[in-house]
Design a protein around this ligand. Structure first.
Ligand code: MTE
Ligand code: MO
Length: 406
């Protein structure tokens, strides 16, 4: 390494650090590879469960999303948010471990410059997409939307970018990953990232003073990731509720189920309580209008089903109401019909949804009138709401005004 490449002066005489300036022996391939493996696991899990969630909300499903198990979406979305949360401390440690590479200068040869530039660009895409995914996902689970774009489509598109860049990155770094994971790499004295690891020599201990070792750094990293998951997982795992200080939604809420949007926020306080409320049923044999008393007079069924919000929280409840398929029979429609659901809520992205035919045919799909043995709380969708098994929370439409067979 020549002196002029080791460090240099920028255009304005600013001293630009060289990778060698960063002397912490904690950095290097051993830590980067180990943290990287877990980052890849987290991003892989988040990607797969994200695809499931996206498909469950898609308008056109070539293969219908299944209604069983009823807790399936609750599980996959819980894993989605937990893996994304765990990835936050992992990504921070990983970036700290490798950022001195930012200051590496390539040689002057055109081939070297091009290779260096291409590698830099792919890393920039990966890091930007990863930070974007974690930041928007975290903000979303905290119900904070400081942006104008559509969360779902943007988070979905960038997921492909992040995973694509990740696959390229793993491919390019495979030799470094192998070296980093090799036995002894953790204890090697210092493994300058750009040269092959020097074999660990027992005569040269990694630790010369009271400074933390790589093992300590890794342990702290796993602890931080675990703590991040525990601090939020209570939003879906009842047993963890008391340790989940950061969980956005706990078990609180009327009738034991949290609330995302109140009747007041949805602007339905008056319409939902109006004595003139009628559920409009539209089917092949015409239109019927049913009051809440009419609905209560129909055969009632109780199902234990979760509300599983895309934001990661979920809660199970005992819902009582009329089977949607029984309602369709009143207007001459077969049980396996697609149904458009409209809320009393006048606007808002969740004011309408579609029940696919297999969901309508499932006898657990209810127009719920009661929760936990009491009439629905107005914030849970009084006078009537949709509750179906294995369905994303956003589609469990509250304050239902109309069911139309398509
Ligand atoms: N009309 C209407 N229905 C809605 C919503 C809404 O904003 N408006 N929010 C949905 C979302 S995002 C979730 S997670 C569930 C929450 O139901 P809960 O408040 O009864 O727990 O309702 C769904 N139904
Ligand atoms: Mo939700």
């Amino acid at each position: 390494m020549t002196a002029d490449r080791g460090s240099g002066r920028g255009a304005r005489g600013l001293r630009v650090p060289a990778p060698e300036t960063f002397s912490s022996r904690l950095r290097g391939e051993a830590v980067a590879a180990r943290v990287g493996v877990w980052l890849a696991v987290c991003f892989g899990l988040a990607f797969l469960t994200g695809l499931i969630s996206h498909y469950a909300q898609a308008d056109h499903q070539p293969v219908p999303f299944p209604t069983s198990p009823s807790w399936g979406y609750r599980l996959t979305q819980g894993v989605h948010v937990a893996s994304g949360t765990a990835a936050v401390p992992l990504l921070l440690v990983k970036l700290w471990t490798v950022y001195p590479h930012l200051f590496a200068r390539p040689g002057r040869r055109i081939g070297e410059l091009l290779r260096h530039g291409a590698e830099r660009l792919s890393i920039a895409v990966l890091v930007a997409a990863a930070i974007f995914q974690l930041a928007t996902g975290l903000a979303n689970s905290a119900q904070w939307y400081p942006w104008e774009f559509s969360f779902r489509s943007t988070h979905y598109a960038l997921a492909w970018v992040a995973v694509g860049a990740l696959v390229v990155h793993i491919g390019v770094k495979l030799p470094a990953i192998r070296r980093g994971l090799a036995r002894g790499a953790l204890d090697a004295p210092t493994a300058p990232p750009t040269t092959p690891a020097t074999p660990a020599s027992p005569a040269t201990p990694a630790r010369t003073d009271g400074a933390p070792t790589r093992r300590t750094l890794l342990r702290a990293t796993w602890l931080a990731a675990g703590a991040a998951v525990l601090a939020t997982a209570g939003a879906t795992v009842p047993a963890l509720r008391r340790v989940s200080l950061l969980a956005v939604r706990s078990g609180e809420g009327p009738q034991g189920v949290p609330i995302n949007k109140s009747a007041e926020a949805a602007g339905v306080l008056t319409s939902a309580r109006a004595a003139s409320y009628r559920l409009e049923l539209v089917g092949p044999s015409g239109t019927r209008r049913l009051s809440r008393a009419d609905l209560e007079a129909l055969p009632q069924h109780t199902e234990e089903l979760p509300i599983a919000c895309v934001e990661g929280w979920s809660a199970s409840g005992g819902w009582t109401g009329v089977r949607v398929r029984d309602l369709l029979a009143l207007v001459g429609a077969p049980a396996a019909s697609e149904v458009a659901v409209t809320s009393l809520q006048v606007d808002g992205a969740f004011a309408a949804s579609v029940l696919p035919a297999n969901f309508v045919a499932d006898e657990r799909t209810l127009l719920a009138l009661a929760l936990a043995g009491e009439p629905l709380h107005i914030d849970h969708g009084y006078p009537a709401r949709i509750i179906a098994p294995n369905r994303p929370g956003v589609l469990q439409t509250k304050w239902v005004a109309r069911l139309e067979v398509r």
